[in-house]
Write a protein that binds this ligand. Structure first.
Ligand SMILES: Nc1ncnc2c1ncn2[C@@H]1O[C@H](COP(=O)(O)OP(=O)(O)O)[C@@H](O)[C@H]1O
Ligand SMILES: [Mg+2]
Length: 283
């Protein structure tokens, strides 16, 4: 298995008002992982993400990046945030410049890159998020989905090694959700490590190669998505539903439409293919 790039060790965290948000959180993220964190509202996903790039500091425990405990000194945090980028759930908390172009170029300009490099990065980020035609638009006039895509572009332009997406498809229409998933594939193929929080179990199951289930500030299960979802206990405890594909596969096996040995499908197409192959064989 590849090296551990990011790690949470024995994290405990309470907000200043006393809300206990993280308890005994241990999580190892390997380089190149496609890790989904699923959990219902209030499970602690966003709080954990803000520990990952040092926005919040744990009460005890630590965050390690590339084997080293992160430092909370200003300079170290700036360095860390070049490597670990977060696309926040609410794009309004991320966009603050007057135009889309200015907003996306803000981070790379602060890195002290040449004008040419900044332009090239912004252009690529605009293409990747399909926002090229919005580049001169004031950010406050954008629709929610457009803001979301521009906030993604701003993080991509920083070229971080680890990219964290907090509920990325919430508020995107089906076409842009699909395109976002394609963008994730592209980023993974380029070797990026991706962590994504969602309460959409279908998306988490189909996309991820590692999965962590969070509930009441704790990680109650962590491992291979298919195996985790085979344990209804975890899913129930976290107040989640079973992914549609797993439920449907179970029904088809129960009804004898698929053999018990048929592999668990990861995509709709795989499920359809299994059903068609079985029917063709028995025709
Ligand atoms: N700024 C805050 N102050 C106090 N409590 C907070 C704050 N932000 C989040 N919480 C609480 O911390 C817990 C975890 O929240 P959060 O990390 O946002 O969960 P999720 O992202 O999984 O929905 C919840 O109980 C939430 O109410
Ligand atoms: Mg959240």
């Amino acid at each position: 298995m590849s090296e551990i790039i990011l790690e949470a060790v024995d994290l405990e965290y309470s907000y200043p008002d006393g809300t206990k948000a993280l308890h005994n959180v241990n999580l190892q993220v390997h380089k190149g992982d496609k890790l989904a964190i699923v959990g219902s509202n209030g499970a602690g996903k966003s709080t954990l993400f803000m520990q990952f790039n040092g926005i919040y500091r744990p009460n005890s425990g630590s965050i390690n990046y590339q084997g080293q405990e992160i430092s909370y000194k200003n300079k170290a945090l700036i360095e860390l945030r070049k490597e670990v980028g977060i696309v926040f759930q609410d794009p309004d908390s991320q966009l603050f410049s007057s135009s889309v172009y200015q907003d996306i170029s803000f981070g790379p300009l602060n890195l002290g890159l040449s004008e040419q490099e900044v332009k090239a990065r912004v252009k690529q980020a605009l293409i990747d998020t399909e926002t090229t035609d919005l580049e001169d638009k004031p950010t406050h006039l954008l629709s929610y989905g457009q803001k979301k895509r521009v906030s993604i572009a701003g993080v991509l332009a920083m070229k971080p090694e680890v990219i964290i997406f907090d509920e990325p498809t919430a508020g995107l229409d089906p076409r842009h959700s699909r395109e976002f998933m394609q963008l994730l594939e592209k980023l993974s193929s380029a070797g990026k490590t991706i962590i994504l929080a969602t309460h959409d179990v279908d998306l988490a199951y189909s996309w991820s190669d590692r999965l962590a289930i969070m509930c009441s500030g704790e990680i109650i299960a962590h491992g291979e998505p298919c195996e985790l979802f085979m344990h209804p206990k975890n899913v129930k405890r976290a107040d989640l539903a079973l992914p549609w594909l797993i439920e449907m596969h179970g029904i088809l096996v129960q009804k004898g439409w698929l053999p018990t040995s048929s592999p668990m499908p990861k995509t709709r197409e795989e499920l359809y293919r299994s059903v068609l192959t079985k029917n063709a064989a028995s025709a």
